[in-house]
Design a protein around this ligand. Structure first.
Ligand code: SF4
Length: 248
């Protein structure tokens, strides 16, 4: 998901009682979530993972509150004022109408960034072929032996198909992100991820994000506060890509 928090949204589409409502909300402005671009964030409802540390259970499990027409009303007004649109959630690639949605966004002149957990390599492949994307942030949740524990789904192979697709292309810049709660993953697990990225030829930035706890904001799996923070000094420093530590 994007760096901004969905509970700080300024724009909340009005609730509708009928029809498909895939949109949870829209953040009208961010300079943090799309490198080099001013952007808004569209938060899609629903997700195909169940990460215990997820800070947005209301988005993951809840129904949407707005339709795409409301988003396009907003985007038409901001055309020429914002550079890009970040597609986040939840998991935007789980929304069946996403290809048409992106086509319309591109027609308005926006650059598009997709935040994804990587479970839909078929969609990523299609989007790359069609030139839909200008930037991708891919969550590398956990190594194979921890993938189900951290994500709630046994789909590491789908994830690695997406990772390999992205590593094999040079057209669309992408970054990899890993969130760590030390009840779920330790230094060996993060090193396994770093080594795997190296073996697959990844070059770029690997953001390692320390879980942030909030007493008044329970996570999807009601994770407790970490008893210890990951020791970043114990991590392997890869020669061909950079590690970036966030919230440590
Ligand atoms: S943290 Fe996990 S459950 Fe939450 S939106 Fe991201 S992929 Fe889905």
């Amino acid at each position: 998901m994007a760096l901004a928090l969905a509970n700080k949204l300024e724009v909340k589409p009005p609730v509708k009682k009928q029809g498909a409502l895939p949109i949870y909300s829209v953040t009208p402005f961010t300079m943090l979530d799309f490198p080099g671009q001013t952007a808004c964030i569209v938060w899609f409802s629903g997700c195909n993972m169940r990460c215990p540390y997820c800070h947005n259970p209301q988005i993951v499990k809840g129904k949407g509150r707005g339709d795409v027409g409301q988003v396009f009303d907003f985007l038409k007004k901001r055309a020429g004022l914002l550079d890009g649109v970040v597609l986040s959630g939840g998991e935007a690639s789980a929304y069946p109408g996403l290809p048409d949605f992106i086509k319309q966004v591109k027609k308005l002149g926006y650059a598009v960034k997709l935040d994804t957990n990587g479970l839909r390599p078929d969609i990523i492949d299609d989007f790359l072929r069609q030139g839909f994307l200008n930037y991708i942030a891919l969550d590398y949740k956990a190594p194979s032996h921890k993938f189900k524990k951290v994500t709630g789904v046994d789909k590491y192979n789908e994830f690695t198909k997406t990772l390999d697709l992205l590593c094999a292309q040079k057209t669309v810049p992408f970054e990899v992100r890993t969130t760590v709660h030390t009840d779920l993953m330790d230094e060996d697990d993060v090193n396994a991820i770093i080594h795997d990225l190296e073996n697959r030829g990844y070059q770029g930035r690997h953001a390692i994000q320390n879980f942030t706890h909030s007493d008044d904001r329970p996570t999807l799996g009601f994770m407790r506060k970490q008893e210890r923070v990951l020791n970043t000094d114990a991590l392997y420093a890869p020669p061909n890509f950079t590690l970036e530590f966030r919230n440590f």
